[in-house]
Design a protein around this ligand. Structure first.
Ligand SMILES: Cc1ncc(COP(=O)(O)O)c(C=O)c1O
Length: 482
């Protein structure tokens, strides 16, 4: 039977019609009548079959999304599923994670898949004051077009911020961008032509792979070791083909959490000069360190082929869409032009707000607070996972960043755990999403940024149960559990 045949509207009841539709679909999801991933009828079809206005269905679907019971894919439809980390079909039909897609949060899910910060930790009060200060100071000027390179005082503050971290750069080399993702996009527009060879870590951030693919790059993976990419492997690749760009995350790499040693960074720099390729360093979380701040390629001495991107999304507020790049002189003009054609300039108002936030010393206070909160969560997750070692899981406790990279016991597959966990309202990130080719299926990325302490304990109990119950039931682990 179709979903539309199961919904009944009663106009005599006080309950609004959209609420009736919402509650009935919710009930069917809870009873398992509608399964995870099922596509809901189109708005037109359901409104026609129920004889209600299409706005009624729009409101009902919207409510399902708000409660984390459904998500929509533009141009495709509305699907039953959890928030925060949904499986999305990329243009070439492969599954890829949409970890940064906005899907309203549903309280009932424990979300280990996201590595986005908890919004309760956003410095909203401080921002209110700064908003007012910027408006009083600059008035309408704050809303005019900004220079493409960015608001000059912010660029100077960013150069000072870096110098406090031991990185000397000239503010003229700083370009403010609307998120690191835009940075990757505009660099790729300038540097990558169809068929150019680009190297990425294995595993890596899927959002970067998507950008490089969109430029027609030929992408190869370089395996990671405990202190950075495998240098002999890299060197072999360099001998065989000319490489345009190497994309790396040397600070708490996503998803593995590893940091590059200085030796590995120096070797990469040496090779980049010998074989003439650009190093794109994506620093998305170096401020969240629990021992020592990891160092950047920029602090390993002068280099004119390193492009450094720093995102404020994981440590600050992703919705601000603010990040910056440090560019070598030779790329300044071309990348500035690409930024201009992309969005002219990043919001001048938010740039002014960030500049005051930095100059008032609030950034430092904020990141200190975040480190304290996340360290407590990391410690708790480490403690709970340590107690699960008898299941055969393996992991390193990360020295920074917002997630654990777990290796599953022999015979378990990441997507099986994902499927089992989501039934218990726990979302994990299957490790296979972070590979380009032949994905390893034995890892999970477990993030603690969007969870509180209770959720960490309860969510891990669910994972433990899946690992032990499945074992006792003697599942054939090479087959899907479902
Ligand atoms: C490694 C990495 N780089 C870049 C980004 C994109 O960051 P932004 O929000 O600044 O565009 C993300 C977001 O998840 C990320 O994980």
């Amino acid at each position: 039977m179709n979903i539309e045949d199961l919904i009944k509207i009663d106009r005599k009841r006080d309950e609004p019609l959209y609420m009736q539709v919402y509650l009935q679909i919710k009930g069917m999801v809870e009873k398992g009548i509608i399964k995870e991933g099922a596509k809901l009828p189109t708005i037109r079809k359901l409104s026609k079959s129920l004889g209600v206005n299409s706005v009624t269905i729009v409101n009902a679907y919207h409510m399902l999304e708000e409660k984390g019971l459904a998500y929509s894919i533009v141009g495709s439809g509305t699907y039953i599923g959890a928030d925060g980390f949904r499986l999305d079909l990329s243009s070439d039909g492969e599954l890829e994670p949409a970890e940064n897609t906005y899907i309203p949060a549903g309280d009932e899910y424990i979300n280990f898949a996201s590595s986005n910060p908890s919004h309760e930790l956003f410095p909203v009060e401080e921002f209110k004051g700064i908003f007012a200060e910027v408006l009083d100071r600059d008035g309408g000027l704050a809303f005019t077009y900004q220079e493409s390179m960015g608001y000059r005082p912010l660029r100077e503050s960013l150069a000072r911020l870096l110098s406090e971290e031991g990185i000397k750069v000239n503010s003229r080399n700083i370009l403010v961008i609307s998120g690191a993702q835009q940075g990757l996009d505009i660099i790729s527009k300038v540097l990558i032509e169809q068929g150019d060879n680009v190297l990425v870590e294995r595993p890596t951030y899927a959002g970067a792979i998507a950008v490089f693919k969109s430029r027609g790059a030929s992408i190869s993976e370089v395996p990671l070791t405990e202190d950075g990419i495998n240098i002999p492997y890299l060197e072999e690749l360099l001998k065989k083909q000319s490489i345009r760009m190497l994309y790396v995350m040397p600070e708490f790499q996503n998803p593995t959490g590893i940091c590059y040693s200085d030796e590995v960074k120096k070797e990469i720099l040496r090779l980049s000069k010998e074989y003439r390729f650009f190093i794109v360093e994506d620093d998305f979380t170096s401020d969240i360190y629990y021992e020592n701040r990891p160092s950047s390629f920029l602090s390993c001495g002068h280099s004119d082929n390193v492009i450094f991107i720093k995102s404020f999304s994981k440590v600050f507020m992703p919705g601000l869409r603010l990040a910056f790049m440090v560019l070598p002189d030779m790329l300044l003009d071309s990348i500035q032009a690409a930024k201009y054609t992309s969005d002219i300039a990043t919001s001048g108002f938010f740039q002014r707000v960030l500049q005051l936030f930095l100059d008032k010393g609030l950034w430092r206070k904020h990141t200190e607070m975040l480190r304290a909160v996340y360290r407590a969560r990391r410690d708790l997750m480490a403690e709970c996972l340590n107690q699960m070692r008898d299941t055969g899981i393996m992991f390193n406790v990360p020295d920074g960043g917002l997630n654990f990279w777990l290796t599953l016991p022999e015979g378990f597959k990441d997507k099986q755990i994902y499927d089992e966990a989501i039934k218990e309202k726990v979302i994990v990130a299957p490790g296979s999403f972070f590979y380009l080719d032949s994905p390893e299926q034995k890892h999970l990325r477990l993030g603690f940024a969007s969870t509180d302490e209770e959720e960490i304990k309860n969510g891990l109990k669910v994972i433990r149960k899946i690992l032990t119950v499945s074992e006792n039931k003697n599942f054939s682990h090479s087959e899907p559990l479902l």
